[in-house]
Design a protein around this ligand. Sequence first.
Ligand SMILES: [Zn+2]
Length: 316
Amino acid sequence: MILLGVDIGGTAIKAGAITPEGTILREATGPTPREGSAVEIFAAAAALLQSVAGDNGGGHIGCHIGCALAAGLAPLAGRVLASPNLACLVGSTPRSALGQALGLDQTDAENIALENDANAAALGEQWLGAAKGEDNVAVLTLGTGVGGGLILGGSLVTGATGCAAELGHVLVDPQGPACGCGARGCLEAMASASAAIRRASAAQLPPADPGNLPLLCEEARRAPGPERELISAIGRDLGQGLTAVLSILDIDLFVFAGGFSAALDILEPGIRSGLDRGSTPQGRQAVRLVRAALGNRAGWIGAARRALPAAGYSQT
Ligand SMILES: [Zn+2]
């Protein structure tokens, strides 16, 4: 048996084949036809899945496919509720669309495991990455936004409707900047890569372009100064947001993924100081902060893991 995973993102689709023991067999990446329709996007995903399926492409692969999407999902209904980067997917039903594109019968199509990309990445990191073998972990993706995935007691937390672990929308500062979700001062509005760029501009620091964020981090790393102060302030806000997660869930490992996680070394002192202000002593002493290990493969790997029927996850 092999597992197939596909991760449909805003710019790229990644797919791979992997054994239930975690040996990666094949991988493929292609551009997301983002100007196209939902049908075209699922057709592109199906083509990649077929390319990695190899000799296992026929027959019963439908039972072992996982699909991660950059979207808010109602997994029980199998419908896309929201997708800021791929608006054409809203209202689509990925199981039937992908099943049709792959030529699966209805039963196999209904067995496709669906997950949002942040949850899938968390599952991937817990299976084969930085959180391997860990039972209680929060994975935060620091990119344009802040995605979150939670593993508790060894299982992915999905919640009543599949929308749990929106860690990017934990409140940090009620007076803070507006967040895409409609609230103010969410973690995402304070500590995503986009927020860092905005805060740098507001502080009149040069790198006002996403491509220049690593330069700002480099300067913060090199010497004390306004860049380091900014990164420390962002770290403290991040830490303060994570305090809520720590207090409620007693997580002992935070894994940071996404482009801005490259700055974890210089963010960490701020994060720890933010945690110090709010969390219980035993919680903050034990907590580990590490960078993700799988990079942009985490999504498809986690999606494939989600498809493993023996994993103990309900096949929704
Ligand atoms: Zn928000």
